[in-house]
Write a protein that binds this ligand. Structure first.
Ligand code: GLU
Length: 318
């Protein structure tokens, strides 16, 4: 395969903080999967929420990807006047938002946080809240009246349909959009487009054919697949990867501080970090420092663990 015909993958960091080890593992696997097949990588900056995102973090994430030995062919903060930064793509999202409106699928939702809580039912299995459609059938008069009090978010009506796909890592996954998800927000009340809409439009418009990310986003894929189908886009392949846990099994978070790449880069070489990620996720059988490039040939989804991954104690000890 050559780069023109191979898969197109993406790094899609949200620059609301430094890159942490979980992001690094995800970036590594996304890159290996695409590079092994001779494909191209795009770097898209997911700075939709301009209040939480920060240009300095975008720059640092770019440097940290390079430090880890991961490169990309298109995108980044400088590319074509920020064409790959979501904060510069609102006009594109507007077009697809209008398409949803034309199809009669959008409705304004005036629910406050407290009302949302009252009007949503927890999902049977994973505790996710499902919107029960409180604002789904408001009359024009009710909409006018409520509009005087607050600006609405916009939700899309989902069909009572199963969306099925085969994840590169976890295999078949099925969700009924009504039962398992509910009508979801595509534009927030402050006018910022929601993740689900932006990411679907971007993946499609950027020609992404392979989406690799943490398994906390597995249940977002059916919504994104449905949006792809609705807009007539080809659907990419999705591969979700295990989350990283602390050595004692606790879930890591940015708040844990010392797992960010900046801090770790003062204590470890990139080869040591890549080696630890490769070993903990199952790519190599014993720990050894390794360059990302050297993992391309032997990379295989089969070797990656399915269960969440505990980091080796040594990462916290140096
Ligand atoms: N921007 C998201 C993150 O940084 C990733 C979203 C995605 O891969 O679809 O976690």
């Amino acid at each position: 395969m050559n780069k023109e015909t191979g898969p197109v993958g993406r790094f899609a960091p949200t620059p609301s903080g430094r890159m942490h080890l979980g992001n690094a593992l995800c970036s590594l696997i996304a890159w290996l999967s695409v590079r092994q097949a001779g494909g191209r990588m795009i770097l898209r900056i997911e700075d939709l929420d301009t209040e939480r995102s920060n240009f300095t973090f975008s720059r640092e994430i770019e440097q940290e990807l390079c430090w880890l030995g991961l490169d990309w062919d298109e995108g980044g903060t400088d590319a074509d006047g920020h064409r790959y930064c979501q904060s510069h793509r609102t006009a594109i999202y507007d077009v697809y938002f209008e398409k949803l409106r034309e199809k009669g699928l959008l409705y304004p939702c005036f629910c406050s946080r407290a009302e949302l809580h009252a009007a949503s039912a927890p999902h049977r299995s994973d505790g996710r809240f499902i919107y029960e459609g409180r604002c789904r059938n408001l009359t024009p008069e009710q909409i006018e009246e409520k509009s005087r009090v607050r600006l609405p978010a916009w939700r899309v009506r989902v069909p009572d349909r199963e969306i099925r796909f085969v994840d590169l890592h976890y295999g078949e996954y099925v969700e009924n959009l009504v039962q398992d998800c509910g009508d979801f927000v595509v534009r927030r009340a402050d006018g910022v487009y929601a993740y689900q809409l932006a990411v679907s439009v971007d993946d499609a418009r950027m020609g992404v054919t392979e989406v690799v990310r943490g398994n906390d986003l597995l249940s977002s894929s059916p919504r994104q697949i449905w949006l792809h189908e609705l807009f007539g886009f080809p659907v990419p392949r999705y591969g979700h990867i295990p989350l990283l846990l602390a050595p004692d099994g606790r879930r890591l978070s940015k708040r844990d501080g010392d797992i960010d790449i900046e801090t770790l880069s003062t204590k470890f070489t990139p080869e040591e970090i890549v080696g630890m990620l490769a070993f903990s996720s199952g790519m190599i059988e014993k720990y050894e420092p390794v360059k990302a490039q050297e993992l391309i040939e032997t990379f295989s989804w089969e070797k990656i663990r399915r269960e969440d991954v505990c980091l080796p104690q040594m990462i916290f000890e140096r």
